[in-house]
Each structure stands twice: as structure tokens, then as C-alpha cells.
Design a protein around this ligand. Structure first.
Ligand code: FAD
Ligand code: PYC
Length: 448
């Protein structure tokens, strides 16, 4: 975002037309100001008062080529690539809250591509390659930091699974190594890798190209890029129904602007996918669960990689601000409350303190929850649906942040063509009828 908190209330009072004048953008076709060190210096001379607004706030048209429901990272990336790569610029993203306010801004930002099966590995690696050039592509610093991810093994069976997955990764051209306990200890000196713990660390898988990125910057970068290519970003507007005529989706009904028509509609609504599917008259094999995370007070740099353990059930990294970013598995009940329960958080912190006794006196600052859309095989749904011209991108569960650029790219290609992209085809919703599941429970970052 280009405005500081102090500036916002004052500048916000400007009329939309004045915003457009200041930004040089035209209604319906945004022009993007290039961000650079020189620009920062130049704007400091005018007290940072003349930054272009990052995106417009348009009134929707009556009809679009494509409507994307959901302004999270995946929906915004879809809109960006539709306009930028596939030339479909008459696009609206309809978001019931604010952009990126769903799971995108609630996740713990771990990015990796070390999935077991070819279908998933190819999809996540496609995303990883896009991550590697994303800040440059968007002219927006998404703070992608390839600091590596460790998945710990605590039993012989864990280590066999790790070996198998790393072998599969390498056969797919994805970086990965199997480390023993001594190598893990060298990488993470503050972790207790001794034999004295309840579940001693026996080793780990290590993906050096994996890491973290700044989640809200990803949403904002895609939003700004999409807007610059003419996409209308419609916030504070919920889709309350789908318009279906002769078995085809021809638009959406919204709570704020009534009917908005479109040739194709893509639903990218994560934990609300079952609700939107019900508007189309079909069911998805999804469960919506709370998934919690928490951050500590900022501390001095102490951890420069990401440590995950499915066995003791916790994961931790340290943000660039210094906070410890911590999470674990889903809360086991279904629900739409973005909170979660205390026993899950308590269990998570037990695991973290067991791995890192040094953190036992660090105070926790904030805790929150998101609603994750989990699929029976721990893989996403990228799919046509029983309703013509209605497509779904969902089911990313606990692990979709890492896929954001790849998911957006292949979903955009699918919406542009009206046919699923080859990387998306294995993730059709109809796999739950024909049994061609892609079981990635072993590679899911957190258990569900
Ligand atoms: P969202 O960001 O949730 O966007 C969906 C949007 O749709 C929302 O903004 C919502 O308001 C909107 N919407 C819903 N219904 C409607 C409607 N009817 N009309 C209009 N708009 C609607 N993944 C990783 O890869 N690594 C991690 O480390 C990681 N950690 C996580 C930690 C937590 C605590 C949580 C909750 C998730 C985590 N994830 C992680 C998962 C990841 O956050 C999600 O898979 C990903 O962000 C999904 O992105 P999205 O754009 O599909 O969904
Ligand atoms: O999928 O890597 C992952 C993940 C980490 C934390 C939550 N999900």
C-alpha cells in the first residue's frame, strides 16, 4: 500500500476523480507508477503525499468477460495473469471483504515444492519458478526469501518417507536433500537435537530453494498489477447467488450491486467454497476447518530457516521483523469462525518448546485463525463443474499460499480458454468419482 496510516484519513477524503488525476490513471484502464529507489527519493521531496493510489475503486460494469469471485492471493493472481498473459482484460474480482483479508493474510507464508506425486510436484514447482521472479514481475517487493525448509523426521518410518519423497523430488528436477541429525543441528544450532527428547530428531528433508514470502504484499502486488491491466477490483461486495440459465453460469448476484453478468465465472473462495458451490446446486468434497497461527514478540535473529515437524506437530520460522511465526494442525471440528480453540494452540506450543527449549520464555503477541478448505486427498480442486462456464479453484487446505502464483497462472489459462490447463487436469473435482486421487497427506505441511 502506498499510504502511511497517518496520511490515509486525510488523503482518503479526496474524491475518486481526484485520485485518478493524481495517479494519472484512467477509469477502466489503470496506469501503474513504477516503484524504484529513485521514486522513493523523489517522493520524499513532497513528503510522500503524491504517490499514485495502488488500485482504483471502480463501480462495476453490467457485464464482464470473466468474473473472479474472491480477492485472495489466488483470485488476484488469476485476474492478473488473465489480463497480463492471456489478454483478457474485461475482468472483475468480487471480494466480500478487503483484498487479501482471507487466508492470504492469515497464513504463515511457507513456500516449498517438495510434494511426492508427479502431478502435485509439477504444479507446486511451476509456482516455485514464478516465485523466483515475482518481485521483478510485479515491480513489488514480495520479500520472497529462499532460506530453506526442513521437514524433520523423528522415527525410522519418518526417515524412510523422507528418503522416498526426496528421491521423487529429485527425479522431478526439484531440489532436495536428506540430512542426518548432525547436519540438522549444524543448520539450526538452537534446536534440541539431543537424544534426551521425547521424539529425538533423526534427520530431515531439506529444500534449499524453499522459504517464505510476505503474504499481504503478494495480494497487493497482484492487485496493483491486475488493476494496471484494467481489471476492476470490487471490494466489500459479497456474491450471494449465481445466475444460472439453461445449465450455464451467466453471472453473479451481489449484495451491493445486484446482478453482474459474465461469460465465465471462476470461484476462488477457499473456506467458503462449499457455500458458493451450493449456489450452483452441487457439492464439493471439502471440509472447512479453522487453522490457527500465532506470532511472538520480536526477538533478535535466532532462526534463519523454516523448521517443520509433523510428528511433534508444530512449525516455526522467524520473520524479518523478528517475530517467531508458529503454527500446527487444523482444529478438528468444522466451522466458519476465524478463531480456533485453545487446546490446539497449547499443543502447538508444547511441540515448539520441546524442539526449542530456548523459546520457552518468549511471549506470544497475537493469535488468529483462518478457514481452510481441506480435500480428502490433501490436494486442490482446479476444475470445471457440473455448471457450464463455472470453474472452481479451491481445496488448497493448509497449504495453498505456496501455490499462489502457479495456481493463478494455470487457472487464468483455463478461464481464458474455457478448458483446464494440463497442469490443472489431474485436480478435477471429478477425481472423487473416478478414484484418481493424488494422495499428498504425507507432504502436507500440517496434518489434516
Ligand atoms: P483466501 O485468501 O481465503 O481468499 C478467498 C477470498 O474469497 C476471501 O478474501 C473471502 O473474503 C472471499 N470470499 C469468500 N466468499 C465470498 C463471496 N461469497 N463473495 C465474495 N468474496 C468471497 N499455505 C502455505 O502454503 N504455507 C503456509 O505456511 C500456510 N500457512 C497457513 C496458516 C494458516 C493459519 C492458515 C489459515 C492457512 C495457511 N496456509 C498456508 C494456507 C493458505 O493460506 C491458503 O491455502 C491460501 O491463502 C488460499 O488462498 P486463496 O486466495 O484461495 O484464499
Ligand atoms: O503447506 O508448507 C505448508 C504449510 C506450512 C504451514 C502451513 N502450511
Amino acid at each position: 500500500m502506498t499510504l502511511s496510516c497517518a496520511e490515509y484519513p486525510r488523503v482518503h477524503k479526496l474524491k475518486e476523480s481526484r485520485w485518478l488525476e493524481l495517479s494519472g490513471a484512467k477509469e477502466g484502464a489503470g496506469r501503474m507508477q513504477h516503484y524504484s529507489g529513485f521514486g522513493l527519493l523523489k517522493h520524499s521531496l513532497s513528503h510522500h503525499e503524491n504517490w499514485q493510489r495502488a488500485w482504483r475503486n471502480p463501480t462495476p460494469k453490467k457485464k464482464y468477460d470473466v468474473i473472479v469471485i474472491g480477492g485472495g492471493g489466488h483470485g488476484l493472481a488469476t485476474a492478473y495473469y488473465l489480463a497480463k498473459e492471456f489478454g483478457v482484460t474485461n475482468v472483475a474480482v468480487i471480494e466480500k471483504g478487503y483484498l487479501g483479508g482471507g487466508n492470504t493474510a492469515r497464513n504463515t507464508t511457507i513456500v516449498r515444492s517438495n510434494y511426492l506425486w508427479d502431478e502435485a510436484a509439477h504444479l507446486y514447482e511451476h509456482a516455485m519458478k514464478l516465485w523466483e521472479g515475482l518481485s521483478q514481475e510485479l515491480n513489488y517487493n514480495v520479500m520472497f526469501s529462499q532460506r530453506g525448509v526442513l521437514n524433520l523426521g523423528h522415527t525410522l518410518q519418518d526417515m524412510r518417507d523422507i528418503q522416498r519423497r526426496v528421491n521423487a523430488n529429485r527425479l522431478n528436477g526439484i531440489d532436495g536433500e536428506v540430512l542426518d541429525a548432525k547436519q540438522v543441528q549444524e543448520l539450526v544450532p538452537h534446536m534440541d537435537c539431543s537424544a534426551n527428547t521425547r521424539y529425538p530428531v533423526m534427520g530431515a528433508s531439506w529444500q534449499p530453494r524453499a522459504g517464505v514470502a510476505r503474504h499481504d504484499a503478494v495480494a497487493w502486488g497482484y492487485a496493483r498489477g491486475a488493476d494496471a491491466h484494467g481489471v476492476d477490483l470490487i471490494q466489500q461486495t459479497a456474491v450471494v447467488d449465481l445466475i444460472i440459465e439453461d445449465g450455464a453460469c451467466v453471472g453473479v448476484k451481489t449484495d451491493r450491486y445486484g446482478e453482474i453478468r459474465a461469460d465465465r465465472v471462476g470461484a476462488v473462495v477457499a473456506g467458503n467454497s462449499s457455500v458458493v458451490a451450493a449456489m450452483g446446486g452441487f457439492e464439493l468434497p471439502l471440509e472447512s476447518h479453522p487453522l490457527q497461527a500465532l506470532v511472538s514478540e520480536p526477538i533478535k535473529p535466532v532462526l534463519d530457516t523454516v523448521v517443520m515437524s509433523n510428528h511433534v506437530h508444530g512449525y516455526v520460522s522467524q520473520s524479518d521483523k523478528g517475530d517467531l511465526v508458529i503454527g500446527a494442525g487444523i482444529d478438528s471440528y468444522n466451522g466458519y469462525g476465524q478463531r480456533g480453540s485453545f487446546p490446539t494452540i497449547e499443543h502447538t506450543l508444547q511441540a515448539i518448546v520441546e524442539l526449542f527449549p530456548i523459546f520457552s520464555r518468549v511471549r506470544m503477541n497475537r493469535q488468529w485463525g483462518g478457514i481452510v478448505d481441506t480435500c480428502p486427498d490433501a490436494c486442490p480442486i482446479l476444475s470445471e463443474t457440473p455448471v457450464k462456464n463455472l470453474f472452481f479453484n479451491c481445496g488448497w487446505g493448509t497449504g495453498g499460499f505456496k501455490a499462489t502464483p502457479g495456481s493463478g497462472h494455470v487457472f487464468a489459462a483455463s478461464l481464458a480458454k474455457g478448458e483446464m490447463h494440463p497442469l490443472a487436469k489431474p485436480f478435477s473435482m471429478f477425481r472423487f468419482h473416478n478414484g484418481a486421487l493424488v494422495d499428498e497427506h504425507g507432504a502436507a505441511g500440517v496434518a489434516h
